[in-house]
Design a protein around this ligand. Structure first.
Ligand SMILES: Cc1ncc(COP(=O)(O)O)c(C=O)c1O
Length: 379
């Protein structure tokens, strides 16, 4: 995908904020715990390699990604820390993962039998983390019996597999109601009871568990959304850290005109001016990850909230302006502008989604600009 570097639209990523958020979380770790930075999905839209560098400088001991390719990109960039692939992978990729020292999440006993011949032939050993499905319903062993069978399979193939970790993922760690979390932890205890020799890594915590459930964490914190400065709970639970949001999304007015009462704006004629109105055009659209659901949301132009009118187009959208503005006037979609602020949470609420989706949806077309605003506060 081609990145748009000449249209005045960019995501400004403050690596100082990433650094701060990781450092701050690290201060809450016990001496047994390590923080692994979750950098899947292009580091939630912030940019894989720069974020990994900032997290690493702040003391992240390892990384979690979803795809083998994300792990390979980290290795190619020279990162030597442990990398865990959280997603399910084909046994056909076992050698590739082992060659690149990528640890694989495994949640299906057939994986061992199918991957072993390839590893044997290559003379390689693959690090594996057994995934436990304690209630997320996504990947992993669901009963103590299934886990027992998996442990037997691993133990039979000590030359091919290094049983490095075991983990689960909580579905509701970010909500006030803890009843389902409790059920998951009961299932977890039952399964862990059959693991006679604990592996090096036993881990359960995403950001939400790190913030609100110290008793259910294990020895790796898989730190994702908190590293980007956002509260995993949205607005339900108060964040216990001084998180600094790392991303601002900014653009500019590239066209400004006055339309007459009765004129309409955008595809499908969904907006018709009631009065003579000033309208500005902003060069960012749904192909950049700024969804059509953002129609009706207000962005900041010179510190003033201006509504997105008409449908969001593929590459542009239009806003109603309170007055004529100069071409090139800064438009802020997420972030601060002249004393006002728009959070990713607000954008998510408007779109009926979560801030994770708003940020990770930003495509490669959006130029990323990296700054280190807050770093001097920490070093
Ligand atoms: C297995 C697993 N662990 C950790 C995380 C990080 O979660 P968060 O961004 O809420 O910290 C994710 C993210 O989806 C995940 O799938």
């Amino acid at each position: 995908m081609v990145t748009g570097r000449h249209r005045g639209t960019k995501a400004v990523i403050d690596l100082g904020a990433i650094y701060h958020n990781v450092k701050e979380e690290s201060e809450h770790l016990t001496s047994q715990q390590e923080l692994f930075a979750v950098v899947k999905a292009n580091a939630y839209g912030h940019g894989l390699i720069p974020v990994a560098q900032a997290a690493s400088q702040a003391g992240a001991a390892g990384f979690c990604v979803a795809l083998i390719d994300e792990g390979l990109a980290l290795r190619q960039a020279g990162f030597t820390q442990p990398i865990l692939i959280l997603g399910v992978n084909s046994p056909l990729e076992a050698v590739l993962m082992a060659q690149n020292d990528l640890a694989a999440a495994v949640g299906d006993v057939a994986f061992f039998e199918q991957a072993a011949p390839f590893l044997k032939q290559a003379g390689l050993k693959l690090k594996i983390h057994l995934a436990l499905d304690t209630g997320m319903g996504r990947i992993g062993f669901r009963t103590a019996e299934e886990l027992t069978a998996a442990l037997a399979a691993v133990n039979q193939l000590p030359e091919q597999f290094d049983f490095e970790g075991i983990f689960t993922h909580f579905a509701t760690a970010d909500t006030a109601d803890q009843s389902y979390l409790k059920k998951q932890t009961v299932a977890l205890e039952q399964m862990l009871a059959v693991v006679k020799k604990r592996p090096r890594y036993v881990h359960f915590a995403n950001t939400a568990a790190a913030f609100w459930h110290p008793q259910y964490q294990g020895n790796i914190i898989r730190y994702g959304i908190g590293m980007y400065g956002l509260n995993p709970s949205g607005t339900e639970l108060k964040e216990p850290r001084n998180l600094q949001p790392a991303l601002e999304l900014v653009s500019q007015l590239v066209a400004v005109k006055q339309i007459k009462a009765g004129d309409s704006v955008g595809y499908g004629q969904t907006y018709t001016a009631q009065n003579n109105e000033w309208v500005g055009t902003v060069p960012l659209g749904y192909a950049d990850g700024w969804s059509r659901r953002m129609q009706g949301f207000s962005v900041l132009v010179d510190g003033k909230y201006c509504e997105i009118i008409g449908r969001v187009c593929m590459d542009q959208f239009m806003v109603r302006l309170p007055q004529r503005f100069e071409l090139g006037t800064k438009v802020t979609l997420i972030g601060k502008n002249n004393g006002q602020v728009i959070t990713a949470q607000k954008a998510a609420e408007h779109a009926g989604t979560i801030h994770y989706e708003i940020l990770s949806a930003l495509t490669e077309r959006v130029e990323r600009q990296y700054v280190w605003k807050n770093r001097e506060n920490d070093v």
